[in-house]
Design a protein around this ligand. Structure first.
Ligand SMILES: C[S@@+](CC[C@H](N)C(=O)[O-])C[C@H]1O[C@@H](n2cnc3c(N)ncnc32)[C@H](O)[C@@H]1O
Length: 402
């Protein structure tokens, strides 16, 4: 298990800046909308974060000032967030010498394909067929133009836009990866079904359209709403025969499968040390200052593929070196590979000198002590305490990094 988030290196930051420039060229802010851009960003931010049931959410792609706000604020921040996330994910290892087939659901201006081009230089010379699906066609055209500007006219990446609901794109094909960025909150009830039914249908269709060793990747804002939608997808996906590769350190029930009112949900945060000054300035002028980025995400594969992989790697068992070291320390050691995933911010616990952090573990919600230096999304190996100690308030298992 790897740390989930990584500060982007210089080449990735450079390529991300080029992607931002390509997107800005593909959709320059019309002069009459320049002064009003911060207000449009605020308006769109409010629309995008309304709960999905709220009918006040409008078709923002058909409103030029909101389209401009997406291209010059939301797409850049999404790209920047993905630059932290994609390099650490086992998203795509297609067989050599074959065309790679990718499907991006709710593609909008091709944010995820642009981010993938930046994060995966190893794929740039590979033939890639990108099926980009969206109910709106104009952002697909703009995104296609942006990708062409970024990748150059000789790029072997071919875009096939599909205008229509995601079910249409999922009806045929066999994909090495199915991507979906910031779309869950926009899914509307269909023929009277509830959200869970719709997600179940979506997961079943994704399963059918996935190559045997393929991956499904979802990313949403790290808000309570984004986190709870991702957790719901996880729950239905597991019933459909899918397995969580990341960020989860286990395939059991999500300890944070929160009711929408819960104070905890699965999300990860990073700072924004390298964000472009122009973007920070637009955030300030829009009164949406950012002191960090937050995201929720899920990477899935077929459960059968995961089991075959575990068997061929011959996973170390609890009788190995980890057990001996733990016994010496007077605690029950974790089996090798029993990592926990550090969640978001550090917290202070009464009567503990150093901050702790919540973590997800195979034994449920945990609190890792002395965790100030552990990053959000960090993969940390622990010793299971014996006897178990639990936090009186939350019931979280108290753990220490090994
Ligand atoms: C917030 S945008 C995300 C765009 C892009 N994936 C990103 O991360 O920047 C959500 C997109 O989902 C599209 N969308 C909403 N409902 C959809 C559906 N049922 N099927 C396909 N696309 C849909 C919208 O038109 C919009 O382009």
């Amino acid at each position: 298990m790897n740390n989930l988030l990584r500060r982007p290196d210089a080449p990735l930051l450079n390529d991300t800046a080029m992607a931002l420039a390509a997107a800005a060229e593909a959709f320059p802010v019309p002069p009459r909308h320049r002064a009003a851009l911060p207000a449009a960003v605020r308006e769109l931010s409010r629309l995008l974060t309304l709960d999905r049931g709220d009918r006040g959410r409008s078709a923002y792609w058909s409103v030029p000032r909101l389209f401009a706000a997406y291209m010059h604020y939301f797409l850049p921040w999404n790209l920047y967030r993905l630059a932290w996330l994609l390099p650490g994910l086992d998203l795509l290892s297609p067989p050599p010498e074959r065309e790679i087939h990718l499907l991006d659901l709710g593609s909008g201006p091709l944010t995820l394909p642009l981010a993938l081009w930046c994060a995966r230089p190893d794929l740039r010379r590979r033939p890639v067929r990108l099926v980009c699906a969206d109910v709106a066609s104009r952002p697909l055209e703009v995104g296609r133009d942006a990708l062409r500007r970024l990748a150059g006219p000789d790029s072997p990446w071919r875009v096939s836009p599909v205008r229509g609901p995601l079910e249409k794109a999922l009806a045929g094909g066999c994909f090495h990866a199915i991507l979906a960025g910031n779309i869950l909150n926009e899914l509307r009830p269909f023929r009277g079904e509830d959200l869970e039914d719709r997600l179940e249908r979506m997961c079943a269709a994704m399963f059918r359209s996935l190559a045997p060793d393929g991956r499904i990747f979802l990313v949403e804002p790290g808000t309570r709403l984004g986190g709870s939608l991702v957790a719901l997808v996880r729950e239905v996906a597991l019933k459909q025969g899918l397995h969580p590769i990341a960020p989860c350190p286990h395939a059991g029930p999500c300890p944070l499968r929160a009711a929408p009112t819960s104070s905890r949900w699965c999300h990860f945060v990073s700072t924004v040390p390298d964000a472009p000054e122009s973007l920070l300035e637009l955030s300030r002028r829009s009164r949406l200052e950012k002191d960090g980025l937050a995201l929720s995400c899920l990477l899935l594969c077929r459960a059968a593929e995961q089991m075959a992989g575990d068997a061929s790697r011959g996973e170390e068992t609890a009788g190995g070196p980890a057990r001996k070291a733990g016994a010496a320390a007077g605690r029950t050691p974790s089996p090798a590979g029993a990592f926990v995933r550090i969640l978001s911010h550090p917290i202070r616990l009464p009567a503990r000198p150093a901050p702790a952090r919540y973590a997800c573990s195979a034994k449920g919600l945990a609190l890792v002590l002395d965790a100030l230096s552990l990053p959000s999304g960090g993969a940390v190996r622990v010793l299971w305490p014996c006897p178990e100690e639990r936090d009186g308030k939350t019931g979280a298992l108290i753990l220490r990094a090994w």
